[in-house]
Design a protein around this ligand. Structure first.
Ligand code: UD1
Ligand code: UDP
Length: 381
């Protein structure tokens, strides 16, 4: 029997973290011939994830440039992938999420009249400039895709509201598959700073911030709030693995460089990061993936954005929007440091985003679409 050839395309750290369990799962299926192309929109951060999961891409476009523009990423992916699709002639292309790699890969597949499956489909903030450019990348990818692997029922309903009919599966988010693979009670950190922290004596705050729409004043406000918190609370310790974007690095260094008990460190390998999350006190972040992981690990998340396309954790009470103003970020964090009831109310393990079996459902959904399996049951929290 001819195998179904599936070309998976991704390029950034979060896409790799979320596609890894799916790729590993597809490799074990005799009906499938999985191929992997990385655009390397991210280089070092991507390679760390590939190493941890033992993934060797079949194609590597190596497009990353320092301070790359959105147009440069998009054109370089289109040009590079054109040849890869010509050469590999897949039956289906799988893309993930909302990056410029995602949209450009979907567009290239369309130019080759190859069907596209969208993993993590249907997230919406309903503001095309926030997150920027991700909301537009998602919208455009949805127009091109034919198969939609929606993490939650809400995500499926978002697609239906836009007139999409059919091809939708509610699978849970593959990021929870990854959390289940790497978060362990007896984990020993690779990072020497993490090894040296006494998590019983200190309340550790994990901070991450990198979004383009937060460049400038919002990032500065966030960092000022963190500085204020460290000055007022001597028992907190802030770990900030700083995104390698020069814009982010300069902003972080300008406000937080040299501040006592703030550790500006290199991006962590994902296993260190997830295990840090499971041991920290709370999380401050503008990251998408971290908003999904923290509830599964029972940690309160304050979201450093004005909106979120991930309302499920807010509804479950484990995440809250803190915005990007200095006073609000300070006072919402302070509340969680001082009010044990408020803290306990948010620090509950809930799993609105998945049960660790999303990859299996996606594989079954693909097989179902090619007439080789029954439709998988939808994920319900
Ligand atoms: C990209 C995605 C964003 C996602 C984020 C995850 C787009 C437009 N943005 O944003 O949706 O949330 O990844 O982190 O697709 N750099 C390095 N080494 C790396 C990675 C990045 O040096 O391993 C530096 C480069 O100078 C690069 C810059 O960071 O130009 C920005 O990278 P880019 O992929 O353009 O944007 P992100 O902010 O990472
Ligand atoms: N992450 C990581 N190391 C770090 C910071 C984050 O491995 O130092 C992981 C995190 O656990 C999550 C993913 O990277 O799985 C989120 O990526 P990012 O915040 O860059 O992108 P987003 O999810 O916002 O698109």
């Amino acid at each position: 029997m001819k195998k179904i050839r599936i070309l998976t395309v991704f390029g950034t750290r979060p896409e790799a973290i979320k596609m890894a369990p799916l790729l590993l799962g597809m490799r074990g299926r005799p009906e499938l011939e999985p191929l992997c192309c990385v655009t390397a929109q991210h280089r070092e951060m991507l390679d760390t994830v590939l190493d941890i999961f033992g993934i060797r891409p079949d194609f590597d476009l190596n497009i990353m440039q320092p301070r790359q523009t959105l147009a440069a990423i998009t054109t370089r992916v289109l040009e590079g992938l054109d040849e890869v699709m010509e050469q590999s002639k897949p039956d289906l292309v799988l893309v993930h999420g909302d990056t410029s790699t995602t949209f450009a890969a979907a567009l290239t597949a369309f130019y080759h009249q190859i069907r596209v499956g969208h993993v993590e489909a249907g997230l919406r903030s309903h503001d095309k400039y926030s997150p920027y450019p991700e909301e537009m990348n998602r919208l455009l990818t949805s127009r091109i895709a034919e198969l939609y692997f929606c993490p939650t029922l809400q995500n499926k309903m978002n697609l239906e509201a836009e007139g999409i009919r059919g091809g939708m599966y509610v699978t849970g988010n593959t990021v929870i598959d990854t959390v289940r693979l790497v978060a362990r009670g007896d984990y020993l950190f690779k990072d020497t700073l993490l090894r040296s922290i006494d998590f019983n004596a200190r309340r550790v705050i994990l901070l991450t911030a990198h979004r383009r729409e937060n460049y400038g004043r919002p990032l500065e406000n966030i960092f000022l709030a963190v500085r204020d918190l460290c000055e007022k609370y001597p028992d907190i310790e802030v770990v900030y693995p700083v995104h390698p974007s020069p814009v982010v690095r300069e902003a972080a260094q300008a406000v937080l460089g040299g501040v006592a008990r703030v550790h500006l460190i290199e991006p962590l390998p994902v296993d260190d990061n997830l295990n840090l999350m499971s041991r920290c006190y709370l999380v401050l972040t503008d990251s998408g993936g971290i908003q999904e992981e923290a509830p599964a690990l029972g940690k309160p998340v304050l979201v450093l954005r004005r909106e979120t396309e991930r309302p499920e954790a807010v509804a479950a009470g484990t995440a809250a929007l803190a915005g990007v103003e200095r006073e609000a970020v300070f006072s919402m964090t302070e509340r969680l440091l001082c009010d044990s009831e408020a803290y306990a109310g948010m620090a509950r393990a809930v799993n609105p985003y998945g049960d660790g079996h999303a990859s299996e459902r996606i594989i079954q959904a693909v097989l179902n679409n090619f007439g080789l399996a029954q439709r998988p049951a939808d994920f319900t929290p």
